[in-house]
Ligand binder design. Structure first.
Ligand SMILES: [Zn+2]
Length: 121
């Protein structure tokens, strides 16, 4: 893959990375607020109702936060591979990952056939 394509994809990865870092920070901040709300000095009945919805919201946030962290880790690995010069090749079989695939999924680590094999296991 030519250097300008890598530079372009690196830009996309860095932009996505920034977005995810901001998103995770937001979840962390919300999580702290939720926890302090739940432990607040509300009266008992309100407290129970709040706790239920707050717990649900927190669980949803934690799921989304987990997904964001996983995406962030993938992007970090992709950026590392760019630095190492191994970006754009399949981490499993070493085949070149098609540029169209990288444009759709810049953090892709596997070629399509390895990815499909992994998902079918
Ligand atoms: Zn492969």
């Amino acid at each position: 893959m030519d250097a300008s394509a890598v530079t372009e994809l690196k830009g996309a990865l860095e932009a996505e990375r920034e977005r995810l870092v901001a998103e995770i920070e937001e979840y962390e901040r919300e999580g702290q607020e939720t926890l302090s709300d739940v432990s607040g000095e509300n009266n008992y009945r309100d407290h129970m109702a709040d706790q239920g919805s707050a717990t649900f919201a927190r669980e949803l946030d934690m799921t989304l936060e987990g997904q964001a962290r996983e995406s962030l880790a993938q992007i970090d690995r992709a950026l590392t591979r760019i630095d190492e010069g191994t970006y754009g090749t399949c981490a499993r079989c070493g085949a070149a990952i098609p540029r169209e695939r990288l444009e759709a999924v810049p953090e892709a680590e596997l070629c399509v056939s390895c990815k499909e094999r992994e998902e079918s296991v």
